[in-house]
Write a protein that binds this ligand. Structure first.
Ligand code: SF4
Length: 361
């Protein structure tokens, strides 16, 4: 029932998604128990190390410079600041720190060197380190791996078809290319998407097809529910019904049995009972901390109370894979190549993105 398959079709995935609810839950929970300890949930802390001012036009994102949102932008944080935050996260039960920078792509230079130093520093705290920095080349992925990076996040966001309705400044193919570059190293892949952006259920299935066809499948798949932020093109989207979220989690679990399925943005809108159903359906990772980059997230204490109520344990770091060795900057084998890859700019027009940009001026 739950061997790893890379040949899922959209029709098969839709058939799972639309199963009678009780059958879906039973199947997802059965797959989950076969591959994971159902009482263990991995806890990650997301840290926005560089906020706002991004040149991209992702329709859901308040960090895009072109939209008029009231987020506070920040330059790249210092290594000392990041270390202090990582220590706080560790004390609060997180096993992983995920650092996000609002960049189109990684550029070799002092800022990337600073991020590499952050990776070294957090890995030495015996925590799993993840980065989400935009598109990156193979050499940049190798440099991150050498610094001790455990995971790289690069979401597909949605199906290839619907992607064109959300983002015009970079292509779906580039996303796959970045994931391919990460796969050339020992760094694990974290890639998922967002539901509630106006996509159809077919698009949700299409995204799962694209993720499940990756070989190996991503080690983590975050499932986000859109947080509609005022000023973004998707500001008027209605919140996703909890049942849709649970169905999406359960389907992801069945299609990618070994993956850690992460409840990500949108958790503040979910009741504890709703989250418990998601855990039962196979979610086994959450983001902790009061903010997810720029959008709200439940309080850490609230999460710990929920864990207690449900008898859940936070996962220890490096259970799935050994801790990477950190190579110091002076011993590095990989030098910056100063590459200027031509990441695509499809540049088609998305009416609601254009409208939101104009409103922002
Ligand atoms: S999602 Fe990332 S790439 Fe897109 S606008 Fe936001 S920060 Fe930029």
């Amino acid at each position: 029932m739950s061997e790893i398959r890379h040949n899922w079709t959209k029709e098969e995935i839709l058939a799972i998604y639309h199963k009678p609810f009780m059958d879906l839950m039973y199947e997802a929970a059965t797959v989950h128990r076969k591959h994971h300890d159902p009482n263990v949930v991995q806890v990650s802390t997301l840290l926005s190390i560089k906020t706002g001012g991004c040149p991209e036009d992702c329709g859901y994102c308040p960090q895009a410079a072109r939209y008029h949102t009231d987020i506070e932008g920040n330059d790249l944080m210092s290594v000392t600041q990041v270390k202090a935050q990582a220590l706080r996260a560790k004390a609060a039960g997180s096993s992983r720190v995920c650092m996000g920078a609002a960049w189109r792509n990684v550029k070799d230079g002092p800022e990337f060197d600073q991020v590499l130093e952050m990776v070294r520093t957090i890995n030495k705290l015996d925590m799993e380190v993840c980065c989400t920095l935009g598109m990156l080349t193979e050499n940049q992925a190798l440099r991150l791996a050498e610094a001790g990076l455990y995971a790289y996040n690069h979401n597909l966001d949605t199906s290839e078809e619907y992607y064109k309705e959300v983002i015009s400044t970079r292509g779906f193919e580039d996303r796959l290319k970045t994931i391919e570059n990460v796969r050339k190293t020992n760094v694990t892949v974290c890639s998922g998407g967002i539901i509630g952006m106006g996509e159809s259920v077919e698009d949700r299935a299409g995204m799962l097809v694209a993720l499940a066809r990756l070989n190996p499948q991503p080690e983590s798949v975050p499932i986000n529910a859109l947080v509609a932020v005022e000023g973004t093109p998707l500001e008027d989207q209605k919140p996703v019904a909890i049942w849709e979220m649970i169905r999406m989690v359960a389907t992801t679990r069945i299609v990618m049995p070994e993956t850690q399925v992460r409840l990500s943005a949108g958790r503040t809108e979910m009741s504890r009972e709703g989250q418990a159903m998601c855990f039962f359906a196979g979610a086994n990772s959450i983001f902790a901390g009061d903010k997810l980059l720029t959008t709200p997230n439940p309080d850490v204490n609230e999460d710990m109370k929920m864990f207690e109520t449900l008898g859940l344990q936070p996962q220890k770091p490096f259970i799935k894979l050994m801790q990477p060795q950190t190579v110091e900057a002076e011993d590095s084998q990989f030098q910056p190549l100063g590459e200027k890859p031509k990441w695509s700019r499809p540049g088609h027009s998305i009416e609601r993105n254009v409208k939101a940009s104009i409103k922002g001026k």
